[in-house]
Write a protein that binds this ligand. Sequence first.
Ligand code: 5AD
Ligand code: SF4
Length: 487
Amino acid sequence: MNEEYNRMIEAQDISKDAPAEEPDRQYYFMKKCRESVKKKSEELGRPLTCSLTTFGCQMNARDSEKLAGILEEIGCVRTDTEDADLVIYNTCTVRENANNKVYGRLGGLQRQKKKNPHMRIALCGCMMQEPSVVEKIRESYRFVDLIFGTHNIYKFAELLDAAWESDSMIIDLWKEGSRIVEELPSDRKYSFKSGVNIMYGCNNFCSYCIVPYVRGRERSREPGDIIREIGCLAADGVVEIMLLGQNVNSYGKTLKTPLSFAALLEKIEQIEGIERIRFMTSHPKDLSDELIGVMRRSEKICRHLHLPLQSGSSRILEKMNRRYDKAHYLELVDRLREAMPELALTTDIIVGFPGETEEDFMETMDVVRKARFDSAFTFLYSKRTGTPAAAMEEQVPQEVAKERFDRLLREVQKIASEKSAALTGRTLPVLAEQINEQDQTLLTGRLDNNSVVHFPGTADMIGKIWDIELAECRGFYYLGRRKDGLS
Ligand code: 5AD
Ligand code: SF4
């Protein structure tokens, strides 16, 4: 429990009506939830438990930390299994299979709920922003207790209070976030690194993508708020931050006093205690020379850039509404590599976009070979209802797309392992992140370029940066040797 939040929560008078202003209103409901949790625990003769599962991207992971912070403040005990009194799914909808996973698991929850009548099931996140999903849950999954979306995560305590008081399904969905409510607790997964939202939503409307519909329009946070948050994180022992946004390169355009992403990075660089700065995701169309310059000069910005390509075919890129072409992407890669020869470049690629021919696919393979990505996430195109691409003719047959996907994956993996092998024998700084899951005598950490390294060490070394010799490369990770003679 955080002392400061605890004070603000305890200061609320729950015999009165809830205050109208945020974030006080949420502290009020956190206090009410605390009382409910205490009462329910006494009735049950055991702590009230909760389980929180996150699907999807880093944005969702960060939102889940906010939910977890509230759960901790109100006294729910987290469990790893789903036989809990409160089960929450923070969902993703970027591809169809993300939705299917959630529906599949809801069946299991229904059986669980029959055994535990106290149980409450809450669904939130991107999938809930789709009206057709909510309709389906309302009709076929009536045992769900609470549905909320991506814009009102901060209201979780208030919604939970309502769900505990009511026997019917509570649905609270907003089309847009009217304001960004900060100053609420969050329970970070790691004590030494943290995601920091710098903006929400997306204005790009890539024709295959559902994100702009479920996360709303682009909104940047005020730089002062971001700097303050990072300052507090640093004071709390955080050494690495990941700045999060769907398109960080267009940060600041909508602010009253516009500020570029590069200028924001320069301010963040000044914050003492922060040793590594990462960010994602960058859109190639908005990546400026100013940003390349700031990255090159920086001592803290990691030598890693995630730059989604999506397709190497200019014809398909146009249909995707990406607003760059093959030549522009390759020229950008050249500029980046020239400025920072050590830069690790990773990407996202979609295979089987409507109308993709073998020639288009070969253009993608060509960019993969020329850009030599350090790693790439490859996706089969997934039709998302409501996006322009879903209505396009010439959808690519599944078996054709799958065959291209396999070819692409082989190429991507071949290049990635060649690139990792090139670093073998070097001694580089590694941030120790956790005890190795398979071998307790090893730690697992990351290089500045985001590659994983396993090396001998003990729990007290976690959260600090160590010089490690990359003794052996095993494809996508390294086995390291300590340089302080303690291995
Ligand atoms: N089908 C397949 N992949 C998609 N992505 C986004 N929408 C779709 C879709 N409809 C991929 C993109 C994006 C990543 C997060 O997910 O490559 O960069
Ligand atoms: Fe989706 Fe394109 Fe926005 Fe990324 S930039 S979230 S792919 S619409």
